[in-house]
Ligand binder design. Structure first.
Ligand code: SF4
Length: 426
């Protein structure tokens, strides 16, 4: 497939405005400025674009809700808080193709009649901040940002807001709290941010990759865009592939490419030709799959049928040298650390899960520990403010469902079934 989101990024100057414009950049903005805002929204709806941050909500529908709200100002926020282990798909856009994101944001702002935007950037991406701020400066200098963009009477101002490195600030309502200057914690929904968001005004939060898809939709039109990938979830998709593969990295492929193709045709197969043991398809919060589940299209429709989710599209591959009890324990250490503490089942439950997993992994597991893990996980599911609690519980339930033998072996034999000398953390 011809690359669009990662087009030209091998070029060392790909982040410069000159290179971007030379490769046809900002052509979609010029086209969009001739269009009525409502026509752009209709085009995005017809294209079938679904949010690429993890939830997969139809972007055009979100925009439609926001456009019907008559309150002004409206804020457009790009969610660049990419903090889940295994997820680094947005990073090449932020660091190497920043003008694609800016162009996508200006078109989106025109469609939504928003005059103020922010890129909420994760604290751990300092280089991306430098690149983005330079690109924003260039865009202002050339009139792609400002009060009167390309002389068409459309105004949009954009700046970068760097977070302090809290995973929960990737959740849109916590992100809004953080941007307002408070400690980032999720808010109850409804009201949804499209009506009551930043400073109480309508606020549209879209992921980096989602916004980077907008220039493509405008340039080729909804009909052609909908022909890319899976008809139920069309368009190009970025997959970050990591752990035990020959060629880890970010791959731009049509949505619906199978997990098997991603691992074997694009990422070079399992490292050293070893045996595949398990795959996490969409970032650490998505349930693990066994090797017989990998012939599955990577999209928002087919993965749930196999008991997992597309999430952010972060594929983590584990071979037969990896202890999966250790992977599950480390995942829980992450969730416990990142729990914002607002609700009890998540704040306490992730700590209990981590504690039990730690003792099983360390060879001190007790009879009944698997049932105890399941009981705690089910007590968290559906009882928390935001998806972090459900994600943590789903990880434990998924590992136990698919790899209970490995957990049992640890408990019964007080050691791992994988030889310690050949063991890898993935
Ligand atoms: S589920 Fe966890 S992270 Fe989410 S609001 Fe509750 S305590 Fe905070």
């Amino acid at each position: 497939m011809e690359k669009f989101l990662l087009k030209n990024i091998e070029n060392p100057s790909s982040a410069s405005l000159e290179e971007y414009v030379g490769a046809g950049g900002y052509g979609s903005l010029n086209k969009a400025l001739q269009m009525e805002p409502s026509d752009i929204i209709a085009e995005v709806k017809a294209a079938g674009l679904r949010g690429r941050g993890g939830a997969g909500f139809p972007t055009g529908m979100k925009w439609d809700f926001a456009s019907r709200d008559t309150k002004f100002p409206k804020y457009l926020i790009c969610n660049a808080d990419e903090g889940e282990p295994g997820t680094f798909k947005d990073r090449p856009i932020l660091e190497k193709n920043p003008h694609l994101l800016i162009e996508g944001m200006v078109i989106s702002a025109h469609a939504l009649k928003s005059e103020r935007g922010y890129i909420y950037l994760r604290g751990e991406y300092p280089h991306a901040r430098i690149v983005l701020e330079k690109a924003i400066e260039e865009a202002y200098a050339k009139g792609y940002l400002g009060d009167n963009i390309a002389g068409k009477g459309v105004g949009f101002h954009l700046s970068v807001h760097q977070g302090a490195g809290a995973y929960i600030c990737g959740e849109e309502t916590a992100l809004i709290d953080s941007i307002e200057g408070r400690r980032g914690q999720p808010r109850i929904k409804p009201p949804f941010p499209v009506n009551v968001g930043a400073w109480g005004m309508p606020t549209i939060v879209n992921n980096v990759e989602t916004l980077a898809n907008i220039p493509l939709i405008v340039s080729i039109g909804a009909e052609k865009y909908a022909e890319i990938g899976n008809p139920e979830c069309p368009g190009p998709k970025l997959f970050s592939v990591s752990c035990c593969v020959e060629r880890p990295g970010v791959y731009e492929l049509p949505m619906g490419t199978t997990l098997k193709e991603i691992i074997y045709d694009h990422a070079g197969g399992v490292r050293g030709g070893r045996e595949l043991k398990a795959v996490i398809p969409g970032g650490i919060s998505t349930p693990v799959l066994t090797p017989d589940g990998i012939d599955c299209p990577m999209d928002f429709v087919n993965l749930p049928k196999r008991g997992s989710m597309l999430g952010s599209g972060a594929v983590m591959v584990f071979d037969d040298t990896v202890c999966l009890v250790k992977v599950c324990w480390r995942a829980m250490k992450f969730f416990e650390h990142e729990s914002c503490g607002k609700c009890t089942p998540c704040r306490e439950g992730t700590g209990w899960l981590r504690n039990i997993l730690e003792r099983i992994e360390g060879g001190f597991g007790r009879e009944g520990d698997i049932e105890l893990l399941q009981d705690i996980a089910l007590s968290i599911t559906g009882k928390t403010f935001c998806p972090l609690g459900d994600g943590a519980a789903g990880v434990v339930l998924g590992f136990i469902k698919n790899f209970s033998d490995e957990f049992m072996y640890h408990i019964t034999n007080k050691k791992c079934m994988v030889n310690k000398d050949s063991q890898s953390a993935g």
